[in-house]
Design a protein around this ligand. Structure first.
Ligand SMILES: [Mg+2]
Length: 122
C-alpha cells in the first residue's frame, strides 16, 4: 500500500514544489487541496498517512483545520507551514497537536527529511 499524503496550500506554485519533493520518495501517493475546507472534507472521508498544511489559506486557514481535527478527535501526523513567527500562533498550533513545523520560505532538504521521518521512522 502506498503512503498517502495530502498537501493543502492555496499557492499552486508551492503545491507543485512540495509534490516534486514528495515524488522523490518511492511508493507515495499525493493529493492536493487549495484550502482548509477542501482538505478537511477529504480527511473526514479518508485519513492520510501525513497532512502537509499551510497556515494562511482562504475559506479555512491552517489553525482552523487543526481545531476541527481536534474537535473530531482525528489524530494524524501533520507538517505545518508557517511564515508566522508569533509565539502565540506557534503555541496554539502545538496545543492543537502539531507534528512538525516548517518555516516559510520552504527548503527542500528540510521538508524531505521531515516527511521521511514521519512516514518511515515512527
Ligand atoms: Mg498560503
Amino acid at each position: 500500500m502506498p503512503k498517502k499524503i495530502y498537501v493543502a496550500d492555496d499557492s499552486v506554485v508551492t503545491r507543485m514544489f512540495i509534490s516534486s519533493i514528495i515524488n522523490e520518495i518511492p511508493n507515495v501517493e499525493i493529493e492536493e487541496f487549495a484550502n482548509g475546507e477542501e482538505v478537511l472534507n477529504k480527511i473526514k472521508k479518508a485519513l492520510p498517512d501525513l497532512l502537509i498544511l499551510d497556515s494562511v489559506m482562504p475559506k479555512m486557514d491552517g489553525l482552523s483545520v487543526l481545531s476541527k481535527l481536534k474537535e473530531n478527535n482525528i489524530k494524524i501526523p501533520i507538517i505545518f507551514f508557517t511564515a508566522d513567527i508569533q509565539a502565540t500562533t506557534r503555541e496554539k498550533a502545538i496545543s492543537l497537536g502539531i507534528a512538525e513545523f516548517v518555516n516559510k520560505p520552504l527548503q527542500k532538504e528540510v521538508i524531505l527529511e521531515k516527511i521521511k521521518n514521519i512516514l518511515f521512522n515512527k
